[in-house]
Ligand binder design. Structure first.
Ligand code: ADP
Length: 609
């Protein structure tokens, strides 16, 4: 409170004013007091002097009479002087003052405090001079005779034609003593007045500054604290505060509306952050100097930085790709949108869109949105690869067919033996083409239907027996033993019968194809760990270890010419894998070159109710 500048500005001038006014009044009052005291003392002495002049008249009359009678005046005058001296002594005793009787020529006739004989002429004393002119005279000065400050009052008396002066004097020391008592009274009452009015000024100043001090504290709180929790609580009634009270009400209103606005901004920001966090696209917002204002998790994942530590850093500190940085600078310079592909960044392909937004600085702020296109780039690559593979697979049989047809046209038809051989080759390649087209159609069908259609409860044991029955002739043609082993009551799986038939047929067909004549192929089904497992084993060629991870890829074949010879397309195992996965199952293989292979399909068993 006391340190408040406002308080000091109000209180100190008040205080100075009070002290100044009291001091001025005091000094003036003291002067006036002295004046009036002197005046009244003067007046009193003057009256006394008049009275004395009348009482001493008889004492002065005698020498005048003798003089008139031409009698030797000296002895008479000495006697009168002694009487006068005596009288002066009595009067001085009574009036407690110095009494001097002076003749018109200045000679001192009597004095109660000094011997008149030794005194000089007093006709030039200021009070005597004044009395001579005006009847009465007064002066304050140091007495040459007594050597003290005295107040002199003289009265001119004309007694029977003879002029003389009665002069009374009082020491000023007494007067000053009386005045000092009065002055102390004045100082004490002045001090009391200063203290009283200073106290009033203090309370007035405090009362006037308290609202401002409280409001200042409140404004300070506003700037520091949560606005919703800060409300101005005045220590008194704000109605008494006048305009300041209105200001405090306005401030309270302002705090409430600001807190509402801030709450709304916080809510909007939280929504924005939630939206950003849930986006799969990476978003980075920077200010006009490319300092990061906002990032989401996805941006950190796609561009390889820690999002929580990125706020406030420069864009180049977190984004390490030059193309993105260059385009960001260009976009900012031109205030234009930029969209481009970049990759691989962190082993990903990204589509980057950079937009600018107006900011307070000279340049624009930036929003960098990164979209992961790795998958679609991969798909495009796969599609290209697929088209190239299909073209290649089609070209070979078509070239063979075309070649043999031309040979036949060129005359080979006339040679029945050659013609029959050539037509056999044409048929084999036509079958190859047919197989290829069928497998392609199958793949396309599988891919176009991500969910397995026409689901039913399937007994894989039966599927296995059906497949074995279907392919037994093929195995017999190669003098192979084909055996099946499946429990009669195998738990069912949920799936599409046609697809599951196809998968198991493919595996048994492959086992027959890649097992030399006289070999053995066995197919079995069992239930294990909630899974129905189908195994197809052979003791055929086996698959080299390095090829094992790739045999499920489309068109991948260990021995291309052997596969073709057997009418293979290189698509069979990829179809099996696709079917297994779409049924929630999996496929794996173990194989040893020259010893044989085992393909294992597993499907989740149908849950029992
Ligand atoms: P294909 O139509 O050529 O049989 P698949 O996709 O069915 O194509 O098989 C891919 C390749 O895996 C085959 O070319 C073959 O080299 C190898 N393969 C598949 N099954 C077996 C097996 N049981 N024994 C040895 N190799 C096999």
């Amino acid at each position: 409170m006391f340190s408040s500048v406002l308080f000091r500005r109000l209180f100190l001038p008040y205080l100075m004013l009070i002290v100044g006014a009291t001091a001025a009044v005091g000094i003036l009052g003291a002067r006036r007091l002295r004046e009036s005291y002197l005046e009244s003392r003067r007046q009193g002495l003057r009256d006394d002097a008049r009275l004395i002049s009348e009482t001493i008249a008889p004492l002065l009359a005698e020498p005048a009479t003798r003089e008139a009678m031409a009698v030797d005046a000296a002895p008479l005058e000495a006697a009168a002087s002694a009487n006068l001296q005596k009288r002066a002594g009595q009067l001085g005793e009574t009036l407690k003052c110095r009494v001097t009787i002076i003749r018109a020529d200045g000679k001192v006739l009597a004095d109660n405090e000094a011997d008149p004989a030794g005194m000089e002429l007093h006709d030039q004393r200021p009070e005597i001079v004044e009395a001579r002119d005006h009847g009465d005279g007064a002066a304050v000065r140091r007495s040459a005779t007594l050597n003290v400050d005295l107040l002199y009052v003289a009265h001119r008396a004309i007694i029977r034609g003879q002029t003389c002066y009665v002069r009374l004097a009082v020491p000023l020391g007494d007067l000053n003593e009386s005045l000092r008592v009065l002055y102390w009274g004045l100082i004490a009452s002045g001090g009391a007045a200063i203290a009283g009015s200073g106290l009033i000024a203090f309370f007035v100043a405090r009362r006037s500054t308290r609202p401002m001090v409280e409001l200042t504290r409140f404004a300070d709180d506003l700037s520091k604290a949560d606005l919703s929790k800060v409300q101005f609580q005045p220590s008194g009634l704000t109605e008494d505060w006048g305009e300041v009270g209105t200001l405090s009400t306005a401030l309270n209103k302002m705090a409430r509306s600001l807190s509402g606005m801030i709450a709304q901004i916080n809510k909007d920001r939280a929504e924005l952050l939630t939206i950003l966090a849930s986006m799969s696209e990476g978003v980075i917002a920077t200010d006009n100097e490319q300092r990061i204002l906002l990032v989401n998790e996805a941006a950190g994942t796609l561009l390889g930085f820690e999002p929580s530590a990125a706020i406030g850093k420069w864009l180049y500190e977190v984004v390490l790709n030059d193309k993105i940085l260059k385009s960001a600078a260009e976009a900012q310079r031109a205030a234009e949108r930029r969209q481009f592909q970049v990759g691989p960044v962190q082993a990903r392909h990204l589509e980057v869109t950079i937009t600018t937004f107006p900011s307070s600085g000279p340049a624009e702020g930036l929003i960098v949105v990164t979209h992961d296109t790795t998958q679609s780039v991969r798909y495009q690559e796969l599609r290209k690869e697929f088209v190239a593979n299909v073209s290649h697979e089609l070209r070979t049989p078509l070239t063979v067919i075309k070649g043999f047809v031309e040979t036949l046209q060129d005359g080979a038809l006339a040679d029945p033996e050659r013609a029959a051989r050539y037509l056999g080759t044409i048929e084999r390649h036509t079958n190859q083409l047919t197989n290829l087209v069928n497998d392609l159609l199958e793949i396309s069908k599988l891919e176009s239907q991500p969910d397995v259609p026409r689901r039913s409860s399937v007994d894989l044991g039966q599927t296995l027996r059906r497949a074995v029955e279907l392919l037994t002739p093929a195995a017999q043609a190669r003098q192979q033993t084909l055996v099946v082993q499946a429990p009669a009551h195998l738990p069912h799986v949920v799936g599409n019968t046609d697809y599951l038939d196809r998968a198991i047929n493919n595996l048994i067909d492959n086992a027959i194809k890649y097992t030399p004549e006289g070999g053995r192929v066995s197919a079995s089904a069992r239930f294990e760990d909630d899974q129905v497992i189908v195994e197809v084993s052979d003791n055929g060629l086996g698959i080299p270890e390095e090829d094992l991870p790739r045999i499920f890829e489309r068109f991948y074949r260990v021995d291309r010419s052997r596969s073709r010879e057997m009418g293979g397309t290189g698509l069979g195992l990829s179809i099996v894998k696709h079917i297994a996965q779409s049924h929630g199952g999996s496929i794996d293989v173990t194989s040893t070159v020259g010893e044989g292979s085992t393909f294992r399909l597993s499907f989740p068993a149908k849950p029992t109710l």
